[in-house]
Design a protein around this ligand. Sequence first.
Ligand SMILES: [Zn+2]
Length: 258
Amino acid sequence: MRTNVSLLVLYLSFGIWFAQCHTAKEFPSYPPNPTTNPIDSSIEWIKIKESVWIHKSFGSFQGKTYPSNGLVVLTNKGVVVIDTPWTEPQTEELIQSIQTKFQKQIVFVIVTHAHDDRMAGVSSFQKRKIPVYSTQLTAKLAKENGYGIPSPILDIQTRFSLGNGSVEVFYPGPGHSPDNIVVWLPDTHILFGGCLVKALEAEDLGNLKDANVVEWESSVKRVLSRYPDAEVVVPGHGNWGKLDLLRHTIRLLISPNH
Ligand SMILES: [Zn+2]
């Protein structure tokens, strides 16, 4: 009997330990709770592949601090940046870091919708004569919101080739915002979902000020059916993962109190 009790205690201890490890690994705390003000801190770099990095910056929304993701795509003919960091000083730092870290020129920037976490740093690129591309709708909304004026050359679907790399943008319909686009990297099968896509650790839909919660699900489904072979999915905020981020977003839309 004593042996059975000991075994039971052992099993329980193991169970609790396993649950803690599992929770810590699968669902890191969100948003993070750093001791210094992260908005003033440096850009963080997360390498997905040799040629594709996440640039992560921090900003505040309704008094809370959140991380925000953009991408840096390296080719043998230069660099493509997807979305600016959340502030102008962070964007200045990003531009300098790209030069020192990779010794390559930034050829163009794509912004994925007209909110400050995507395009607060547009002028930092434009004053260096680096073009910033968007859809017509994003350019119109950006002008109305005072975020600068990107070049509205992107269509519902536009593909760029640059040296040994290519980048495709796709507008799936409204969701987080009326103008949100996603970016597909066909060479590495990486999908940048931007704010249309929520991270697995996100428990709600975030900023709904300009959202269309009726159309959002259909828009995510269009992305799912267009890029079924995506291996990595990067959300606008939080940890990157796989296609289950899109399914998680749909779950949040179907039952917002999930
Ligand atoms: Zn947004």
